[in-house]
Design a protein around this ligand. Sequence first.
Ligand SMILES: [Zn+2]
Ligand SMILES: [Zn+2]
Length: 177
Amino acid sequence: MDYDTYGSNAVELAIHLANADRATDPDWAAAFLRAHDEWFTPETALTLSPAETRRAAATADLVRAVALAGSQDDVIARLNELLALARPHPYATDHDGELHLHYARPDAPVLDQLTTTVAMGLSQVVAQHGWQRLGVCSAEACDDVYVDTSRNASRRYCSNTCASRSTVAAYRARRKA
Ligand SMILES: [Zn+2]
Ligand SMILES: [Zn+2]
């Protein structure tokens, strides 16, 4: 399928945020920002207060809720909750050599840049390609979410790792039977 590049990358940022491991590190959000620092204007401070970390978690929860929603009404309600947190401010740039648009002000605090990019990227993909493109991994013991960018919308797993783990498990189950 033909995704707008920035929008499709932004939805991947949303998916990564939803799947971030929050259990092991109280500073998970700052670690997430550092791991995805190419998304933020270079001078942006990648630090978060505890309250901001909770807001990042709320954004992650909303992305997950959109991916898990089972009806269009539910998707719309969750998306609007997420969009209410965004502070969109279209901004043209060619920082990577290509003229393209960013969703947030370049001087916005990092949490605003993150929330706005995630909310706008996710909404744009859902509006253009349908909410059925979002799902939760079918592998046993994995509940990560994904966005399906395959041509025939046939994706069932969050990653190749989960896909092959499940194939092996199914093969073993068949052999046992
Ligand atoms: Zn850019
Ligand atoms: Zn998985």
